[in-house]
Design a protein around this ligand. Structure first.
Ligand SMILES: Cc1ncc(C[n+]2csc(CCOP(=O)(O)OP(=O)(O)O)c2C)c(N)n1
Ligand SMILES: [Mg+2]
Length: 375
């Protein structure tokens, strides 16, 4: 038996199209119309300004905990852009850019972060799952949905997101292995933002890249610059085409960085340096795309000012809508099951008795503003 190199049929590449200075690699530049470039920029900016506003709302005590996605906008928006309405969008918690793109009302995302179940209701007609915090559960959901799509023969693809930390979970392995073994129409985007709370990427896995894990599963993998929206659109388009035409799943490692706190309950100064953050700030996904679209004549400073003003107004209207939402405190009972289970029905009537004060506990108002109810 000779000793020889095993040639694997799948490959792992790395892809970068727009560099940190906004300079494009002409050979790799995807074909996008001016309208598409304009709306992609708006999607990035909307997500950035939403994120900034959410952080302020939290600091003012007007929402609960918030997990910012600052710096990761392109890694979420590029993939969302590359799928259709009939494809499935399975987010974790750092994809507001993708969710807003898919039509989630901003006020609903705000309600979610305020702890209200209404925030888990997907936009009408969209195949979307809500924000989901259990790390790596998204890969199980995505594989299950992709399996359903394959059995139905409906040509839809499931796009699921997970973090670098999530790749160490059993759920990740089971989900990707299932998708690979059953050749399911699934695209897995790992947002490698270099940290899992305080654990750095280098301690997360001994693998040189996360993308190469694809090889062991027998699927294609690609490492894309996650701060380069053109690379993310291209990588996802290729993966979606492959999945839709029966070529199975793809693992996309989006190399990005969490510029902000893990959540508002975290202080990153305790575990990482300001120099590291600054080095990544120089690779900001929005700044480089802005240079690119200016060079292409898509937008100028004046058009951006108008866009900024529109976005500010849109966000303020969403805050107002969120804060005027009248909670009746019973949403969690209605949003888990199509029909309440007997145990839940019993708890529901006990809770109603509590709200009316009939149980001799502390009577509570059932109709103050949404935000005050959400803590
Ligand atoms: C199953 C599970 N275990 C632990 C947690 C607590 N937790 C929330 S986020 C997080 C780190 C996740 O890191 P990563 O996957 O890199 O995603 P990131 O937060 O960087 O986006 C942990 C441990 C959780 N939400 N779910
Ligand atoms: Mg991470």
């Amino acid at each position: 038996m000779p000793r020889k190199k095993i040639e694997l049929k799948n490959t792992v590449e790395s892809l970068s199209i727009l560099d940190a200075n906004g300079k494009v690699d002409k050979k790799l530049e995807p074909k996008l119309s001016k309208d598409e470039l304009h709306s992609l920029f708006r999607g990035l900016l909307l997500a950035r300004r939403y994120d900034e506003r959410m952080l302020r709302l939290q600091r003012q005590g007007r929402i609960g905990t918030y997990g910012p996605a600052l710096g990761q906008e392109a890694a979420a928006l590029g993939p969302a852009f590359a799928i259709t309405k009939d494809d499935w969008f399975v987010p974790s918690f750092r994809e507001p850019a993708g969710m807003l793109w898919r039509g989630w009302p901003m006020s609903r995302l705000m309600l979610w972060w305020g702890g209200n179940e209404i925030g888990s209701t997907p936009p009408e007609g969209m195949n979307d799952l809500p924000i989901c915090v259990p790390v790596s559960s998204q890969i199980q959901y995505g594989a299950g949905i992709a399996w359903g799509c394959k059995l139905d023969g409906n040509k839809s693809v499931a796009l699921a997101f997970v973090g670098d930390g999530g790749t160490s979970e059993g759920d990740f392995h089971e989900g990707v292995n299932c998708a690979a073994a059953f050749n399911l129409p699934m695209v897995i985007v790992v947002q490698n933002n270099q940290w899992a709370i305080s654990l750095p990427r280098r301690k997360q896995t001994a693998s040189e890249t996360i993308a190469q894990k694809a090889l062991a599963y027998g699927i294609n993998g690609i490492q894309a610059d996650g701060n380069d929206i053109l690379a993310m659109v291209t990588a996802t388009r290729e993966a979606v085409d492959r999945a839709r035409s029966g070529g199975g799943p793809t693992l996309i490692e989006a190399v990005t960085y969490r510029l902000g706190v893990h959540t508002t309950a975290d202080d990153p100064k305790k575990y990482r340096t300001e120099e590291e953050v600054e080095a990544w700030r120089a690779k900001d996904p929005i700044d480089r795309f802005w240079k690119y679209i200016q060079d292409k004549g898509v937008m100028d400073e004046k058009a951006r000012e108008t866009m900024e003003a529109e976005i500010t107004a849109e966000i303020s209207a969403a805050v107002e809508e969120t804060e005027s939402y009248q909670s009746n405190n019973t949403e969690p009972f209605h949003h888990c099951f199509e029909e309440m289970t007997p145990a839940l029905r019993r708890q529901y009537s006990e809770f109603q008795a509590y709200l009316s004060g009939a149980d001799n506990g502390s009577p509570k108002s059932a109709s103050s503003s949404a935000i005050s109810q959400l803590h």
